[in-house]
Design a protein around this ligand. Structure first.
Ligand SMILES: *[C@@H]1O[C@H](CO)[C@@H](O)[C@H](O)[C@H]1NC(C)=O
Ligand SMILES: *[C@@H]1O[C@H](CO)[C@@H](O)[C@H](O)[C@H]1NC(C)=O
Ligand SMILES: *[C@@H]1O[C@H](CO)[C@@H](O)[C@H](O)[C@H]1NC(C)=O
Ligand SMILES: *[C@@H]1O[C@H](CO)[C@@H](O)[C@H](O)[C@H]1NC(C)=O
Ligand SMILES: *[C@@H]1O[C@H](CO)[C@@H](O)[C@H](O)[C@H]1NC(C)=O
Ligand SMILES: *[C@@H]1O[C@H](CO)[C@@H](O)[C@H](O)[C@H]1NC(C)=O
Length: 910
């Protein structure tokens, strides 16, 4: 919009026009919009419903601390009291526990059937014999290694003290080396070994008689009978920690039935331990606890194995009398809890990905629609610059998307979805804001690749559902698999759909945990949490947004202006503004020269154009210099020459009529002139500006811009739009012609303006155009000879991509139609007499039409006088019956048909 001679429309005018256009478009698609907006609401309501059902289920007594209603104080009033004492074992874990029970620390002992035994796959012969598995008497193996074997032996012997007895049952269990093969649980205010019903093991170096007995153990509020079995512990020396690893690995159970299962109590590496230094590492089994993701549980039965080693070392230093007692473990007190599951967090990630991403096809189709309907180029012709178009469209979509997201978040919060209420709103705002920007930029970029709204819609929605499903059923597994390299997650998140999914996933994680633990969701400080991927997502999205925006603008610039990819480098080198290029000497084949000799007027026009270009004459509004358009052939067909080397000069104030049959190339020509297609070679200058390079300035010069845009408002604005829709075809046509003339454009193109109008409308249209003709160059294509004759100063007949003749209507008529047409209808018996009559009038007359008594002749004007014709007809009437006769001057129509036929005949010959 650098051309200052034609003031560009003010930014606000452009914004206003564009906004009205967009609103109209949205209003037309009101049904789609309603569907679009209702989607998130329905999803939110669905989540609320599911949540209500889940809550109803969770509310059942078995998921809560047990309660009882009774008269507690004896004052006659019944009260509901909840607590451990009114709960069964399932309910106990939900109760408030102000003074947690304590229990003796246990070891994780392998179950009987899994205990290590000697076998062919094991390289060690010192393991217990396999037969013990049948008798159920397998000992428990303990491996040890270190730098000093002697010391190691002393240590393991010290580990198994002789059986101790105490009056307190729990202390007794604690003083012995006790263990269990029950599994620890997720919530445990008490080791499950004490209520699982499985036996406790008492590990001894050597079991004596009576080694199995039963004691009564207090659990919570009641006593439980607990079986205690003595199990022999067998410590085995291994030469290195590598051997230990190897043996543990070989005995590993998980999912392997081929291999012999050989589980081991624990293994100790005493390293460089000596009298001055205690250094030990302990192998313990935590395999199955890892799956819950809670490491606190994994450690539940580890402390006792460490205590065993420390105790053994102390006895090695100080003798058997000294002991480090490890009597009890207990959890911290906890408040009453209940089972909580937040479904908006569980399902939200997938659902909300769809909700957010479904804006993508909306923006995309709206942009492609503009392209498909050529609205964009129309707006450009009316003075809308690229910059304002981008700025305004972008801002528009941003505002629409933000309103949509705002409604979504507000609605979600109002119906109480934890996903929204628990996470910090400012993080949510920043996240959605960045993502929406990225998405709009992407839509702009993608719009460059589509030409058809239907394709864009289909692809857009495939993206929506594909992203959601892939995110939920593929990407999420990678995110949750901690062993999957983080770098690859980042790479996957480069796909914006996955970045969105990840962000929502993090929100869901925090709100889920926050709801479960009764704390907050994500806060800004959580961004630095190790497992929180939100920070990466922010960085990725911001960088991508800027990048995509730039690329999209660039691609759009190329696509809309037809410039070469590195256009900005060229524009640096090229001087601003344009002047005519001096044409290089054109070589023409000799055949072509002879052909053109036939059409002197066309050749003259070509010379005139060359002259104009040489002299840099700036008097002409339009100069076409050897303009060519070739459509490449498809499916083996030859290339199609739509316009072959058109040269034409139009001074200001001239109306040039372009006549020609369908398919002659008129529309191709107009399309090149208004920038819809690019010429294959040659160029044209409009107001001295080259259409190849300065189309944008030409658009500005095609009309004064302010009024023009306002007139477009007339088309697109709310109320006026409806009215335009109600107009009849003729009214619309007049309106559009009037609009094209508003604002005093210097150059006007009209493609068959009056086709399909009734004669009255046509006449009023012509009157408008006749008035408008002054001061402007008008190029008019038409099929109507009458119209061409009335409106145009010069005519060109355009056949098969080339001008066949050019001149003002009278000239053409004289040149191609220097004759009268004489028609006479008689009975067929008198045909010969009519012909004799005509020959007498004009010896060179030629018969052009003959059908059962009706004959048409062409009489050269210079041979006949009209009076003679009347005379002859009078005489003839007296001799035979003449049904009808007529004499007519040549019409432009005749010229047209003659020229067109001649040209086509020539083309067939050549
Ligand atoms: C191994 O430990 C024993 C017992 O403390 C000690 O007597 C012996 O010297 C140690 N051997 C080595 C090589 O350090
Ligand atoms: C320990 O006490 C229990 C019950 O009091 C008794 O049955 C058992 O024999 C005692 N064990 C030893 C080794 O004294
Ligand atoms: C461990 O070392 C001893 C002595 O060096 C050797 O006899 C024995 O074969 C070794 N055991 C294994 C399993 O390598
Ligand atoms: C650890 O415990 C699990 C579950 O009981 C078992 O499958 C696995 O084999 C054990 N691993 C070893 C080395 O004993
Ligand atoms: C304990 O053993 C480890 C492994 O051999 C060694 O790196 C470390 O220095 C030792 N610590 C002490 C205090 O000797
Ligand atoms: C399992 O637990 C160990 C020890 O706490 C930890 O290092 C490891 O990362 C955990 N593995 C998984 C898959 O969570």
């Amino acid at each position: 919009m650098a051309d200052s001679s034609h003031g560009p429309a003010s930014f606000w005018t452009q914004a206003d026009a564009l906004l009205r256009k967009n609103l109209t478009y949205q209003k037309r698609n009101i049904k789609t919009n309603i569907r679009l907006i209702s989607f998130p609401f329905i999803l939110c309501l669905l989540l609320v419903l599911i949540q209500a059902l889940v809550n109803n289920e969770l509310d059942k007594p078995k998921n809560k601390c047990g309660c009882r209603t009774f008269d507690q104080n004896g004052d006659g009033r019944e009260e509901k009291v909840c607590g451990l004492e009114y709960s069964d074992l399932d309910q106990g874990s939900y109760c408030a526990i102000d003074s947690p029970p304590e229990w003796p620390p246990l070891l994780q002992v392998p179950a009987q059937v899994y205990r290590a035994v000697a076998s062919d796959v094991m390289p060690f012969a010192d393991l217990p014999n396999e037969s013990c598995r049948r008798t159920g008497s397998c000992p428990v193996t303990l491996l040890f290694t270190g730098n000093n074997h002697t010391l190691g032996d002393i240590m393991v012997e010290n580990m198994f003290t002789s059986s101790a007895n105490s009056s307190d049952v729990l202390v007794g269990i604690a003083r012995n080396v006790s263990g269990s093969h029950s599994m620890p649980e997720y919530t445990n205010f008490l080791d499950p070994a004490f209520y699982s019903g499985l036996p406790l093991y008492n590990l001894q170096r050597q079991c004596t008689q009576n080694s199995t007995y039963s004691v009564s153990v207090p659990v919570m509020t009641f006593e439980r009978q607990q079986e205690i079995i003595c199990v022999e512990g067998v410590p085995l020396w291994r030469n290195s920690s590598a051997d230990v690893n190897n043996e543990l690995y070989k005995g590993y159970r998980k999912g392997n039935t081929e291999r012999k299962i050989n589980e081991i109590l624990a293994a100790y590496d005493f390293l460089n331990t000596n009298a001055n230094n205690f250094n030990v590492s302990v192998w313990y089994n935590s395999t199955f606890k890892n799956d819950t993701g809670n490491q606190a549980i994994a450690l539940l039965r580890v402390p006792r194995s460490v205590n065993l080693a420390s105790n053994a070392y102390l006895q090695f230093l100080k003798g058997p009398g000294t002991k480090i007692q490890f009597d009890f473990v207990k959890e911290m007190p906890k408040a009453q809890s209940s089972l909580k599951l937040d479904f908006s967090s569980l399902l939200g990630t997938l659902f909300f990905t769809w909700v957010v991403i479904q804006l993508f096809p909306v923006v995309l189709t709206s942009l492609v629609y503009e392209k498909q309907q050529r609205l964009r180029i129309m707006m450009k012709m009316h003075g809308l610059g690229d910059g304002p178009y981008w700025l305004i469209s972008y801002a528009y979509f941003l505002v629409v998307s933000m309103i949509y997201m705002l409604c979504f978040v507000i609605f979600g919060s109002v119906v109480g979805l934890k996903f929204f209420t628990l996470n910090d709103y400012s993080i949510q705002f920043v996240f959605y804001f960045i993502y929406i920007n990225l998405q709009i930029s992407l839509a702009f970029l993608a719009a460059a690749m589509f030409f058809n709204v239907k394709t864009a819609t289909v692809v857009g929605y495939i993206c929506v559902f594909g992203t959601g499903l892939l995110g939920g059923f593929l990407f999420q597994f990678f995110v949750e698999d901690t062993s999957f390299p983080r770098a690859w997650i980042i790479v996957m998140e480069l796909y914006p759909g996955f970045a969105l999914y990840r962000g929502l996933y993090e929100f869901a994680q925090y709100s889920y945990n926050g709801n479960y633990l009764g704390t907050d969701g994500m806060r800004w400080k959580n961004l630095s949490d190790g497992e929180n991927g939100m920070k990466d997502v922010f960085i990725i999205m911001v960088v991508e947004w800027l990048l995509v925006l730039f690329v999209a603008y660039y691609v759009d610039k190329i696509a809309s202006s037809g410039k070469r990819p590195l256009f900005f480098l060229q524009s640096l080198r090229k001087k601003k503004g344009s002047s005519f290029k001096v044409p290089s000497l054109r070589k023409q084949g000799s055949l072509k020269v002879t052909v053109e000799m036939d059409k002197l007027d066309v050749v003259q026009e070509r010379e005139k154009v060359e002259q104009i270009i040489l002299e840099q004459d700036k008097q002409n509004a339009i100069v076409c210099d050897n303009l060519r358009k070739v459509y490449p052939g498809r499916d083996g067909n030859p290339d199609k020459l739509a316009v072959k080397g058109l040269s034409l000069a139009l001074p200001r104030g001239e109306c040039f009529g372009m006549l020609g049959p369908n398919g002659a190339g008129k529309t191709s020509f107009i399309n090149m002139m208004i920038g819809l297609t690019k010429p294959s070679s040659g160029t044209a200058y409009v107001q001295d500006l080259d259409i190849q390079t300065h189309m944008e300035e030409i658009y500005t010069s095609m009309g004064a811009v302010e009024e023009s845009l306002k007139s477009v408002n007339l088309f697109n604005g709310g109320v006026a739009d409806k009215q335009a829709g109600k107009y009849s075809g003729g009214m619309k046509r007049r309106l559009s012609v009037a609009i094209s003339l508003i604002g005093d454009p210097k150059v006007v193109y009209m493609d068959e303006p009056s086709t399909g109008l009734d004669p009255a409308s046509r006449n009023s249209l012509w009157n408008v155009m006749k008035k408008a003709k002054k001061e402007r160059a008008i190029i008019l294509t038409t099929h109507s000879m009458e119209e061409a004759e009335v409106l145009c100063d010069r005519l060109g007949i355009f056949v098969d991509g080339g001008l066949q003749c050019i001149g003002n209507p009278k000239e053409l008529k004289a040149r191609y139609g220097g004759s009268y047409v004489f028609t006479m209808t008689t009975s067929s018996t008198h045909e010969q007499e009519v012909e004799t009559l005509v020959r007498r009038l004009s010896p060179n007359a030629s018969k052009i039409y003959h059908l059962s008594g009706t004959q048409k002749f062409e009489l050269p004007k210079h041979e006949v006088r009209i009076a003679d014709v009347f005379q002859s007809v009078q005489t003839a009437k007296s001799r035979f019956t003449v049904f009808a006769w007529g004499l007519a001057d040549t019409t432009l129509e005749d010229v047209f048909i003659k020229v067109a036929r001649g040209a086509q005949a020539f083309n067939v010959l050549s």
